[in-house]
Design a binder for this molecule. Structure first.
Ligand SMILES: C[S@@+](CC[C@H](N)C(=O)[O-])C[C@H]1O[C@@H](n2cnc3c(N)ncnc32)[C@H](O)[C@@H]1O
Length: 201
């Protein structure tokens, strides 16, 4: 990511951190993480890396359900808020993960990879695969569709042709050696949000 783009994002999320921390968790996000928690539990996952963790609400949820969580984010203000919740947290760019190979049973990335320019996505996904144990779980949540900037730019389209205007969040097992394109399991009901809404992610 270009330095100016990264600096702009950091500054913007730093500024919004406290306000975002006060917002209640949206219902669809709560449902998504519950679904992923069920997968983590059924697989016996213990360690979880959260990318673009924001103020740490999901990290706190997974920690409170027994996971050993490490939160990462580009924004130092967000990381401070994670730490204020007692979470292990580090300022880190998701394109440049500073962890050893096979360090985590699972990775959770909700609405953060959409900030990467599309051409940088394959390398970022390779980095995620590196820190994930073979057979680990990877949750990738992307808010958007054809009507927003995010999905169009990152080319996170479904192989099976899910509606591009719906929320394309999906959880899939990430196997080493697989292609870096993102599989999707098909259409998923959109959240109760108007099509083309520009509400923040
Ligand atoms: C839309 S917020 C989502 C926060 C949280 N995951 C949620 O769903 O509420 C995006 C977060 O990703 C972080 N972020 C953006 N680009 C990033 C990057 N390259 N590396 C790490 N974090 C990044 C931002 O600082 C911000 O906290």
């Amino acid at each position: 990511m270009r330095d100016e783009l990264r600096a702009g994002l950091r500054e913007s999320y730093d500024r919004k951190a406290r306000e975002r921390n006060l917002r209640p968790v949206q219902l669809w996000k709560a449902e998504e993480r519950l679904r992923f928690l069920a997968m983590l539990q059924s697989e016996g996952a213990r360690t979880l890396l959260e990318l673009g963790a924001g103020p740490g609400k999901d990290g706190e949820f997974f920690r409170d359900h027994g996971l050993d969580v490490v939160c990462t984010d580009l924004s130092p203000e967000m990381i401070e808020l994670c730490e204020s919740k007692g979470l292990a947290a580090r300022v880190m760019d998701l394109s440049d993960l500073d962890f050893s190979s096979d360090a985590f049973d699972a990775v959770y990335a909700l609405n953060c990879l959409l900030h990467l320019p599309g051409r940088e996505l394959p390398a970022a996904l390779r980095g995620i695969r590196t820190v994930l144990k073979p057979g680990g779980l990877f949750y990738l949540g992307v808010y958007g569709g054809r009507t927003t900037r995010a999905c169009g730019r990152t080319t996170l389209t479904s192989r099976s042709g899910s509606s591009p205007s719906t929320l394309t969040s999906d959880s899939r097992r990430w196997s080493p050696g697989r292609s870096t394109s993102v599989p999707s399991g098909g259409p998923r009901s959109p959240p109760s949000r108007p099509k083309g809404s520009t509400s923040s992610a």
